[in-house]
Design a protein around this ligand. Structure first.
Ligand SMILES: C[S@@+](CC[C@H](N)C(=O)[O-])C[C@H]1O[C@@H](n2cnc3c(N)ncnc32)[C@H](O)[C@@H]1O
Length: 264
């Protein structure tokens, strides 16, 4: 059974700098892990098949996730522009990314994944963000892409299982927050204060990871969500990919890709 408890990163009143600290911890974990690789490989293949060169990253968090994985594709022209968006955009950070990478457009205004503005055109991609939405909102996100016949791609690592909650989230998240915070650069005073002196960040990170597991959608639930969106010219591909690193604690990457069928 799915439980939709709150996550700190979704709270409007939670201080920006604490949310950004959590995004930086995720960023540090990603740097040493191939977990998302298999999903991004699939995304690249699908975009090439559809001839789609523009990407709108929804729920982008730190904004660095897709840049890291797709920067070669943008550099060699296989992809064109990446618009980085979030409901709580890290504006200063996104602007810095746009200065550093010619292919990045920083979107300063909040973009609600449930109501993507018409002027944002391209493949909509959500990495580790879909479980943040209640079923009716999650369905609205898929329906909106379907109605506009845009590509939508969703990749999720949280899993609604006892294993995720007990062995990947509960204690490991707390320890990971301690270890990864030490690697974040530039080091800021609040990193030390709220991680090692008063461990608010490890507790928030741990809570959010446990709740992510409780909120995760199964492939059967995703299939059910799109069961009434049946245009023969639009396809849904939903499934599970195995982590390229079999020793990684996270074994599975759940995905959904909706896309207009390429003209034959
Ligand atoms: C767990 S983070 C995922 C961050 C990033 N995609 C990653 O993989 O590291 C979830 C993000 O969803 C954003 N979010 C929550 N509700 C949203 C909404 N309605 N529309 C767009 N973004 C939302 C949060 O601000 C947060 O940055």
């Amino acid at each position: 059974m799915r439980f939709h408890l709150f996550e700190f990163t979704d709270l409007a009143w939670a201080p920006e700098f604490l949310k950004f600290h959590i995004a930086e911890i995720i960023e540090q974990i990603d740097q040493g892990s191939p977990t998302l690789d298999v999903g991004i490989d699939k995304l690249e293949v699908e975009l090439a098949k559809k001839g789609e060169k523009n990407v709108i990253e929804l729920c982008a968090g730190s904004g660095r996730t897709l840049i890291r994985y797709l920067k070669n594709a943008f550099a060699d022209g296989r992809l064109n522009k990446l618009k980085v968006t979030d409901y709580f955009p890290q504006v200063a950070e996104y602007r810095q990314l746009a200065q550093k990478y010619h292919f990045v457009d920083a979107v300063d205004a909040p973009v609600d994944a449930r109501q993507v503005p018409d002027n944002l055109k391209g493949a909509r991609v959500i990495v580790r963000g879909f479980h943040h939405f209640q079923p009716h909102d999650a369905k609205a996100i898929l329906k909106s892409a379907y109605d506009k016949r845009e590509v939508i791609a969703i990749f999720e690592t949280p899993e609604r299982s006892a294993k995720w909650i007990l062995f990947i989230s509960l204690i490991p998240s707390f320890i990971l927050a301690l270890v990864m915070t030490a690697r974040i650069r530039p080091f800021r005073w609040h990193h030390f204060l709220f991680t090692y002196l008063i461990p608010i960040i490890p507790l928030m990170f741990c809570w959010d990871n446990v709740v992510s597991g409780l909120r995760a959608y199964t492939p059967a639930e995703l299939k059910d969500m799109v069961s009434d969106m049946n245009d023969p010219n639009y396809s849904w591909d939903i499934g599970v990919l195995a982590n390229k690193d079999p020793k990684n604690a996270i074994k599975n990457i759940y995905y959904l890709i909706g896309a207009p069928r390429a003209a034959s």
